[in-house]
Design a protein around this ligand. Structure first.
Ligand code: HAM
Length: 467
């Protein structure tokens, strides 16, 4: 037997129906971004390694341990992007900065060499937005409210928001000093890595998942107590806007986020259950120094990224597979070669008219029973029977697969019904005694507008066949 290949560890194939959840999230995000004035930026997946060590920070987990490095033929180290904020800022400085501020969104895969587990993969998808060139707290509030709307529209009502302010390069040094002093007095309880971080990047200690370190950091000084007047005003301004909009959030002094570029506002959206340890669905914040750090003029900015796998996990608990995989409006069931030819033509006419139609296209031709079985398997709403009588125009024969009812129309009635305008028929049907084609038909037609379309196209194809 030939070798069987497997997907690379930590990478996944996203099969239907899960892929429908991704599509649903993407579709809604695109609609909302459009309403909020965010335009899409399409970014490369490969970037220079230095871009990320410079922006995310050399001493972060992402840069120190999780980069997929791809040496190119000239010996330069490229990496599969672990996130897209640095890429957006690079692209902004390179191609957009001269036009002023920009509100951008992106959707695509990111790569981090992490230990795979539920909700954590080595390739994962993010939907993200970045607003570059906006200093005031209005845009911070806008992004939080955008996300709130997104989750509510998806029916995810119990996502909680954690919010903090990390201050800026003016007030951070005093906080850093106080933090180092506190951590030094508890140094013996810290893990080896945090003892080292204490010297290189003490804020990262607050992000450590080690239980002993968490116990120490629980009582660490909080950044909000050290905010300079400008940062305090900014944070108070943001909170006022959110309170006015009645957005519920929790202040969280321990929230520092795992990337070094953040200043002032940071936030996370968390799921209550279902994701285990990986409960952060969205992470974001301000990075007011990053544009300058990457070669641009001093330009404030803020953004977020949402993990689509984690979102899909939450959605899958709410939406059943049946809801996701909507079956065809009509499945065409035929008997014999002539009927096959007619059904084949009809199939593409229906599809061209915007209907989801299907039929068995495999050879040899299947039996009627097997075709009906397939229609059921695909969750088709109706099976349209095409046999000799149907072809000769004697009868139109539709089986509603939910109820199992057979609806049959003679050619004359078919012609009459097919001429009717759907809106007109709907209003006539509410009048007692008005009959087009029998009660069951009318009910079916009212419940399923596609059926009337199907009828019209069927008749058209039938008449063309006769020509
Ligand atoms: P982040 O917190 O590293 O932030 O990632 C954002 C979200 O991506 C997380 O909350 C999570 O839902 C998802 N995520 C991260 N790593 C994984 C993984 N290994 N597997 C599955 N999902 C994952 C950023 O990436 C920043 N660029 C966000 C940002 C944008 N800040 C400002 N602008």
């Amino acid at each position: 037997m030939n070798k069987k290949y497997q997907v690379v560890k930590g990478f996944r194939d996203i099969f239907p129906p899960e892929s429908f959840l991704f599509w649903q999230a993407e579709k809604l995000a695109r609609e909302i971004f459009a309403r909020f004035g965010y335009a899409e930026i399409l970014l490369p997946v490969l970037e220079s390694q230095e871009l990320f060590s410079r922006s995310i920070g050399a001493d972060t987990d992402i840069v120190a341990k999780e980069m997929f490095v791809v040496p190119d033929k000239k010996g330069q180290n490229l990496v599969l992007r672990p996130e897209a904020t640095a890429s957006v800022v690079r692209a902004y400085v390179e191609g957009l900065a001269q036009k002023g501020s920009a509100k951008l969104f992106y959707y695509g895969p990111m790569f981090r060499y992490e230990r795979p587990q539920k909700g954590r993969y080595r390739q994962f998808w993010q939907i993200g937005a970045e607003a570059i060139g906006y200093a005031g707290p209005g845009v911070d509030a806008e992004l939080l409210l955008l996300l709130d709307l997104f989750f509510k529209d998806l029916g995810l009502k119990d996502i909680s928001i954690r919010l903090n302010s990390l201050g800026c390069k003016i007030c951070r040094p005093a906080y850093r000093e106080a933090l180092v002093k506190y951590l030094k007095s508890n140094e013996s309880a810290l893990c080896e890595e945090c003892k080292r971080r204490l010297e290189t990047n003490p804020l990262r200690v607050l992000d450590c998942k080690n239980e002993a370190c968490k116990a120490v950091t629980k009582n660490a000084p909080s950044p909000s107590a050290f905010l300079c007047p400008d940062c305090a005003t900014h944070f108070a301004g943001l909170r006022k806007l959110l309170d006015r909009q009645k957005l519920v959030y929790q202040l969280d002094d321990q929230l520092v986020r795992g990337l070094d570029y953040y200043t002032r506002t940071v936030f996370e959206f968390q799921a209550p259950t279902g994701l285990g340890a990986q409960n952060a669905v969205v992470g974001g914040g301000r990075y007011d120094d990053l544009v300058e750090e990457l070669g641009g003029n001093p330009t404030p900015a803020i953004g977020f990224a949402l993990g689509v796998e984690r979102l899909a996990l939450l959605l899958s608990e709410k939406i059943s597979e049946a809801e996701l995989l909507a079956g065809p409006e009509a499945f065409l069931v035929f008997s014999g070669e002539k009927a096959y030819a007619f059904a084949f033509k009809l199939l593409f006419a229906l599809r061209a008219a915007g209907l989801f139609a299907d039929m068995a296209l495999d050879e040899p031709l299947r039996s009627l029973r097997s075709q009906l079985k397939l229609a059921d398997k695909l969750k088709s709403k109706a099976a349209l029977i095409v046999g000799e009588d149907e072809l000769s125009g004697k009868i139109f024969n539709l089986k509603l697969l939910g109820s199992g009812k057979e609806l049959k129309l003679d050619h004359e009635t078919l012609q009459r019904v097919a001429k009717v305008d759907w809106e007109e028929m709907k209003s006539h049907l509410s009048q007692p005694g008005f009959v087009y084609a029998g009660k069951e038909y009318e009910q079916a037609l009212v419940q399923n507008q596609g059926l009337l379309k199907l009828l019209k196209i069927y008749l058209h194809e039938l008449e063309r066949q006769e020509e």
